[in-house]
Ligand binder design. Structure first.
Ligand code: FES
Ligand code: FES
Length: 127
C-alpha cells in the first residue's frame, strides 16, 4: 500500500520519540492497543502548573500510519491546554496524513492515546 508523503516523512523523521519519567507527578501516560492489528501506542504528556502540555513523547509498536499518527499528535498537543488537546479528533489526524480507509483505525488509536493520557493526568491529580 502506498503511504502519503506526510506519513513517510513522520516515519522517516518521527517527532518526539521516547519516554518521559513516569514517576514525575506532572507526567501522564496513555497506553492503548488496537485489537484489530495488535499495534500498541504509548503517548506521554508533561503538564505545567498552568495546565499547558509542555512536552510530549511517544513510542509506537505498529504500522507506519500508527507511527505517523502518534508523531503528529505529539506535535499538535504541545502548547495546548488539556481541554484543547482533548478536542483533537481522529478525523483531523487522518485528514492531515491523508490516511486511506483501511488505516483510519491507526488515527483512532492516536485519539484514544490522547484521551487515555488526559484521563491518567486527571486521575493522578485527584490523588
Ligand atoms: Fe498494525 Fe500495520 S497492521 S502494524
Ligand atoms: Fe493497526 Fe495501523 S494497522 S494501527
Amino acid at each position: 500500500m502506498a503511504y502519503s508523503n506526510k506519513v513517510i516523512d513522520h516515519v522517516e523523521n518521527p517527532r518526539n520519540v521516547g519516554s518521559l519519567d513516569k514517576n514525575d507527578p506532572s507526567v501522564a501516560t496513555g497506553m492503548v492497543g488496537a485489537p484489530a492489528c495488535g499495534d500498541v501506542m504509548k503517548l506521554q504528556i508533561k503538564v505545567s502548573g498552568e495546565g499547558i502540555i509542555e512536552d510530549a513523547k511517544f513510542k509506537t509498536y505498529g504500522c507506519g500510519s500508527a507511527i505517523a499518527s502518534s508523531s503528529l499528535v505529539t506535535e499538535w498537543v504541545k502548547g495546548k491546554t488539556l481541554d484543547e488537546a482533548g478536542e483533537i479528533k481522529n478525523t483531523d489526524i487522518s485528514a492531515e496524513l491523508e490516511l486511506p480507509p483501511v488505516k483510519i483505525h491507526c488515527s483512532i488509536l492516536a485519539e484514544d492515546a490522547i484521551q487515555a493520557a488526559i484521563a491518567d493526568y486527571k486521575s493522578k491529580q485527584a490523588k
